[in-house]
Design a protein around this ligand. Sequence first.
Ligand code: THU
Length: 150
Amino acid sequence: MEKKQAVVTSDTLTKEQIRELAAKSLAGIKNSYAPYSHFHVSAVLLSENGNIYTGNNIENAAYTPSVCAERCAFFKAVSEGERDFAVIALCGGLKGVVKDYCAPCGVCRQALFEFGGPELNVIMAKTPDDFIERSMDELLPFGFGPSNVA
Ligand code: THU
């Protein structure tokens, strides 16, 4: 099937749009459920259709069923039919206080690579105006993805 024209891509995103995604991620940190690690994480995923999906880390008393914020956002989006993504913004900090840039864990990098590929951009925010941006290619070089098993 022909791929639909993207409404947004990481190249067409303006600084103001990135700022808004970072701000939304920071605002969403209150929804994290992290009673065990106390490390609260919030993610905001923007699809190429222009839709936004939020996610938070959700921990569990049995520990292993816990999920990270990025995968929470991705699973919400993919389960609603989204397949193409432009950017994901995230932030995190102990007790919800963001002091440093929060980088995606290794498992999340692999999960993001599945649909985002090497071009997906990851925004790691400290404040709406203080963030760093890296491509998945930088975060997961030589990533193993769908093309490897086709
Ligand atoms: N966490 C995320 O949600 N995303 C990441 O990429 C890093 C780690 C969560 C998992 C766990 O609930 C807490 O942060 C501490 O590791």
